[in-house]
Design a protein around this ligand. Structure first.
Ligand code: 13P
Length: 243
């Protein structure tokens, strides 16, 4: 990954109560004192952002949100703006995760607006794309992802405020992963459509066993991890496999 520093991000999704989340964050901060070649990022649920931020303070591990609203403020019950995430100590926000695209009905247009909101607030947007199993089986994976990119990425993207995450929907939480060749093919197709130097993470059933092979490929700049990010040893092992 020439000129692109590795990034390993943990997406805790809707997991962790206060005590467990703080304990995990402290454990990650402790581990991060050891040498590591990649950047580390933790994206806890909104209820824990402040507490996890305190636990990570001074560790060099970055803090991110899992989603944001497109507007800076207003009458949007239950939503959180990118400005609020920034105010809470976040440097990154995940947008367009497939769990939001598929269970909350988010469209490419929504994701584009959220990406612009992230940039407006000074956050790095981690924009997620990925095909379903049926789309891959029909031979349409590259076209689906190309369309998601065309619809989700605003003009004005630069490598310092954008990260892409390729997360095939069928690989998330299933224990299934594409072949490294398939991941590399998709990353190369994505890379042709984004600014030079932008990092592309792979996400979907990354674990300590498969991380080294996936992350060794020059097209893969890091990982976005769900389940394995909830255990410090697994998260750390994947971080060690990166970069
Ligand atoms: P899993 O690692 O649990 O498959 O989740 C991946 C993911 O959705 C990260 O955003």
């Amino acid at each position: 990954m020439p000129d692109r520093k590795g990034l390993v991000a943990g997406n805790w999704k809707m997991n962790m109560r206060r005590a467990d989340g703080i304990a995990l964050a402290h454990a990650i901060a402790e581990r991060a004192k050891e040498p590591h070649a990649c950047e580390l990022l933790v994206c806890p649920p909104a209820t824990l952002i402040a507490a996890v931020g305190e636990a990570l303070a001074g560790s060099g591990v970055a803090l991110g949100g899992q989603d944001c609203h497109a507007a800076p403020a207003g009458a949007f019950t239950g939503c959180i703006s990118a400005e609020m995430l920034k105010d809470a100590g976040c440097s990154h926000v995940i947008v367009g995760h497939s769990e939001r695209r598929h269970t909350c009905g988010e469209t490419d247009t929504d994701v584009r607006a959220k990406t612009l909101a992230a940039w407006r607030a000074g956050l790095v947007a981690i924009v997620c794309v990925g095909e379903t199993r049926l789309e891959r089986e029909a031979g349409g994976a590259l076209a689906v992802v190309a369309a998601q990119l065309a619809g989700s990425l605003p003009d004005g993207a630069t490598a310092d405020k954008l990260v892409l995450a390729y997360e095939p929907v069928w690989a998330i939480g299933t224990g299934l992963t594409p072949t490294t060749a398939d991941i590399a093919e998709m990353h190369a197709a994505i890379r042709a459509r984004i600014p030079a130097g932008t990092r592309i993470l792979y996400g979907g059933s990354v674990n300590p066993k498969n991380a080294a092979e996936i992350l060794a490929h020059g097209e893969v700049d890091g990982a976005l991890i769900g389940g394995a990010s909830l255990k410090v040893e697994d998260f750390w092992a994947i971080g060690q496999a990166c970069g």
